[in-house]
Design a protein around this ligand. Structure first.
Ligand SMILES: Nc1ncnc2c1ncn2[C@@H]1O[C@H](COP(=O)(O)OP(=O)(O)OP(=O)(O)O)[C@@H](O)[C@H]1O
Length: 233
């Protein structure tokens, strides 16, 4: 059994004739330790799939199994535990706390999980070792994005979900972040799922899933993914 299994997953927003079907019988599998990329045009349903996988939203139909359990049957308490214990999330819009420093923003994770990585080390790993005491507003957009990645990574989640993690980054910094994510898969057996418009990521992904109009239009497994250090855009 794969680590992640989507079976005929449907997600509708709204009801009746105004309902929008953002995910339309979506089925795919992702193995443990894979670096998977979900691609597709704007409105294709990528964030919808990521939110369902992260337990932040509930499917209208179908089954979502993660690590052997059908999370679509979870009640609210079980879903909260799943988000706390299993998932790390890098949001498109960072969601940093403006009144806390970089170090404090990352250290917050220690309130949720026992074995979180040291906040300073996590910030060092994303190239922000010299910015520990700065507030989000004192950092650039790309630095804020890296702060949010450090926060998610420091949680050492079994499953890391990233919505456009390189969107605000230049090629060199983006490559450094992708290398970090790839190492999490290769060295720690963590599973990483990235939603992106950046097709360069297909070269380093173990698995590529393409969505359009809420449907899967293509799925492929990359027989020889490149190392993140080898790509640029
Ligand atoms: N909370 C919501 N309420 C109503 N409709 C929604 C909601 N969230 C998403 N949608 C709709 O569902 C469809 C898929 O949206 P989604 O955000 O998943 O696309 P996406 O592929 O992530 O797009 P983008 O690349 O622009 O972020 C869109 O038509 C969107 O308008």
């Amino acid at each position: 059994m794969a680590f992640i299994e989507f079976r005929d997953v449907v997600k509708e927003y709204g009801a009746g004739e105004h309902a929008i079907r953002a995910a339309d019988r979506v089925s795919f599998e992702i193995e443990k330790g894979e670096f998977a990329v979900i691609l597709g045009p704007s409105g294709a349903g990528k964030s919808t799939v990521l939110n369902l996988l992260g337990g932040m939203d509930r499917a209208t139909g179908g089954a979502i199994r993660v690590d052997g359990t059908d999370i679509s049957r979870f009640n609210d308490d079980a879903l909260t535990s799943y988000r706390c214990d299993t998932i790390g999330f890098v949001f498109q819009f960072y969601n940093l706390i403006p009144t806390l420093t970089a170090c404090e923003n990352v250290a917050l994770v220690k309130d949720i999980v026992k074995n979180a990585a040291d906040a300073g080390e996590a910030l060092e790993a994303v190239g922000l070792g010299d910015h520990l005491r700065q507030f989000p507003a004192q950092l650039s957009g790309g630095e804020q994005q890296r702060m949010s990645i450090a926060r998610a990574v420091s949680k050492k989640p079994k499953l890391l979900l990233c919505d456009e993690p390189t969107g605000a980054l230049d090629s060199e910094t983006g490559m450094m972040i992708l290398a970090l994510l790839q190492r999490m898969c290769r060295e720690n057996g963590q599973t990483v799922v990235v939603v992106t418009h950046n097709t360069v990521l297909t070269q380093i992904a173990d698995r590529v899933i393409r969505l359009k109009n809420g449907r899967i239009v293509e799925q492929s497994v990359n027989p020889a993914p490149m190392r993140a250090e080898e790509v640029s855009w």
